[in-house]
Design a protein around this ligand. Sequence first.
Ligand SMILES: CC(C)(COP(=O)(O)OP(=O)(O)OC[C@H]1O[C@@H](n2cnc3c(N)ncnc32)[C@H](O)[C@@H]1OP(=O)(O)O)[C@@H](O)C(=O)NCCC(=O)NCCS
Length: 299
Amino acid sequence: MPIIIRPARAEELQRAEELVIRSINDLTERHGFGRMATSRPPDFQLFCLQDDADGLWLAEADGEIVGFALSWVSGDLWFLAELFVAPGLQGRGVGQELLARTFEHARKAGATNKSLITFTFNVVSQGLYIRHGLLPRLPLYLHSGTRDALVGRLNGDKLRCTPIEPRAPHFELLAKLDLGALGISREKHHRYLLGDATIKGVFLHDADDCVGYAYISASGHVGPLAVAQARQMGPAFRTALDLASAGTSAQVSAFLPGVSEALGIAAEHSLRITFPMVLVSTHDFGDWTRYLPRNPGFM
Ligand SMILES: CC(C)(COP(=O)(O)OP(=O)(O)OC[C@H]1O[C@@H](n2cnc3c(N)ncnc32)[C@H](O)[C@@H]1OP(=O)(O)O)[C@@H](O)C(=O)NCCC(=O)NCCS
């Protein structure tokens, strides 16, 4: 059966995401973690396609989508948000073909660093990335817990919050915080988050100083979150958990780097590790004591 690799189109993204979900759940079930992914609209994928169509590729066999890759570029960083092959077709070179196309995206965009986040328990993906010079640098843990374990129990320093608005001075502040924590500005990604009515974005203040930002989803998920100094991570994460637990979702979740002070706070409040993941990259970047990614694809 011939497999064609070609650019993805907007109207195919929903079907591509169905394949991604099938591939994730096959992997997580095989490794004893149960089903991880549930169906969702391909909003971020569509946003990425409209921003830069060079980063989205499909593998097709007999009219069926059997593989999908999505990469985005910000500044000098290329980031692979998704690379998935249909369970029955893995191990036959489709992933490598898709990866070659997305590497071409990095080359054309002039990116000097390549990175992504993958499952620690997937030796195939890690082996594939290591072979291409993307080395494991940082463990990350997806955490989740109940709102009830947090309400009224988040003792310790917290920060004052004000809403982030989509206007120039706010984008300047966000860029300054991202440049400090990650070494890149992510204005387009903030525009995406601020355009989603189910996500609330806040600046975090210590007295008169703006020391960070945090996003909290209606689903109870915290992130991304960034602070200007590592010592502000504890108060910032507590503040974000406080906002998440004040919402209507019974569950609260966050994606925490292995070097983050937020890990201790999560453990203290009975948040459980649900999935262990790892960030790989061609070069070191980011101060992960100052940043919490949103998820493996958005980073
Ligand atoms: C990861 C994935 C995209 C790779 O696609 P694929 O089509 O299965 O992979 P390919 O056949 O193109 O390449 C496999 C390569 O992985 C590497 N590999 C496989 N097993 C390995 C192991 N145990 N140790 C080291 N490297 C290994 C090899 O480089 C191998 O290439 P080779 O067979 O030519 O030596 C696919 O397996 C998949 O969708 N997995 C589930 C979801 C997932 O983890 N996606 C990645 C999210 S970031």
